[in-house]
Every structure is written in C-alpha cells, then in structure tokens.
Design a protein around this ligand. Structure first.
Ligand SMILES: [Zn+2]
Ligand SMILES: [Zn+2]
Ligand SMILES: [Zn+2]
Length: 206
C-alpha cells in the first residue's frame, strides 16, 4: 500500500488581534488646594479692645487657629516696629497635630467616650448589692438572690446604687472615668494633662 502523500502542513495565518479602541482618557483634574473656610474669631474681642485688632480665625478645614492678617504683612510690620500683639485667650490643642480636641469623661484604658454605668440594687435587710438583672428573677417583681425575699419595693426594701463604669469599646470596668482629650482632626486620644496650651494672639498693624 502506498503511503499517503504527506500534505504540507497548513500554514496557520496569524490572526490579527481585534482592534482595541482606546478611548482617550482625560487626565484626572489636579485637585485644587482646599480653600480654607475661616470662622472669624470676633468673639475673642471681649474686653473693650480696639476694633482695629485682628483676632485669629478658626480654619474649619484644619480645626486650627490661624492669623487673619497675611504672614508677610505681619512680618513686615514686625520689622518696621509697627506691629502690636495682644494675647486674647488660650486654647488647649492636640499634642500631636495642634488641632482642637474635645475633652470628655472617658475610659482610662484607651480613652473611648462610649461608657455606660451599670445600675445596682442594694437590699437593706441582708445588705446584698448586685446588678439589677440579678434581682429580676420572678414575675412578681424584684427578689433578692441572696436571701430570696420576694416582692421587694424600691425605696422601702432596697435602693438603686451607681455601679462601675463599663467601656462599650474594650469592656474595661472602672469606678472612675478620666478626662481624655480626643483630637477632632487626627483622632489622637490623650490624657487631658498632655494637651498643649496655645496662645490666641490678636494683631494690629499701626
Ligand atoms: Zn491631632
Ligand atoms: Zn436580701
Ligand atoms: Zn475602653
């Protein structure tokens, strides 16, 4: 039998890749530096100060006090000797970024303000003190879990007491809360004693 003639292998024509249409992508717009929103510190001018004194303003995007007059103008006036500076007030600021914090009673562990106080009940007759949940054992009202007296009346048989504070963030239990600063800009939490005291100075150019 004659061997079949070898056919020349079919030449695979390269398939042209599908044309990909790249739509022209516009360059992303360069973000403009944010325009500071200034809250003028007129409330700082309390004690009959002359109106020409420019109090600092609160930059709401930075939560920092900034001078109202341009820095160059202040510096030029300082060099001419025609600048007066008046201490108007002081503020506590964040030790990390110098923005304004809030100060609140908080968990001494991590400084969370999410704290709740448990209510306790004190049974006069047997002196037992426990959480309100421990007393609510019967349908007929409060019953003391220690001496098993039923139908306790608040005020007559027992009284409410303030229990320890409990942190809803870390479950820490504490009798006393601490005053903790919480920076409204960078979120840093710190003991109130670590806050930095900053001068609020008004400027006047003669
Ligand atoms: Zn900060
Ligand atoms: Zn009791
Ligand atoms: Zn906590």
């Amino acid at each position: 039998m004659e061997a079949p003639a070898l056919e020349a292998p079919a030449v695979q024509m390269p398939v042209a890749p599908p044309t990909i249409v790249i739509s022209e992508v516009a360059a992303p717009p360069q973000p403009l530096p944010p325009t500071p929103t200034l809250l003028l510190g007129d409330w700082l001018l309390t004690h009959d100060l002359p109106q020409r004194i420019k109090p600092p303003a609160l930059d709401l995007s930075q939560l920092k006090f900034v001078p109202t007059l341009p820095a160059q103008q202040v510096e030029a006036a300082r060099q001419r000797g025609s600048l007066s500076e008046v201490l108007l007030d002081r503020v506590w600021v964040c030790p990390q970024c110098r923005a304004l914090p809030s100060f609140r009673p908080a968990c001494p562990c991590f400084g969370s303000g999410g704290v709740e106080r448990d209510r306790m009940l004190h049974h006069f007759a047997c002196a037992f003190v426990g959480s309100t949940g421990e007393f609510q054992v019967s349908d007929e009202g409060l019953a003391c879990p220690k001496c098993c007296t039923q139908r306790l009346m608040v005020g007559t048989d027992c009284e409410y007491l303030d229990g320890p504070w409990r942190c809803t963030d870390c479950d820490w239990n504490t009798a006393e809360l601490e005053i903790v600063g919480h920076c409204l800009k960078c979120g840093f939490r710190f003991p109130a004693q670590q806050a930095v005291l900053e001068d609020l100075v008004g400027h006047h150019v003669a």
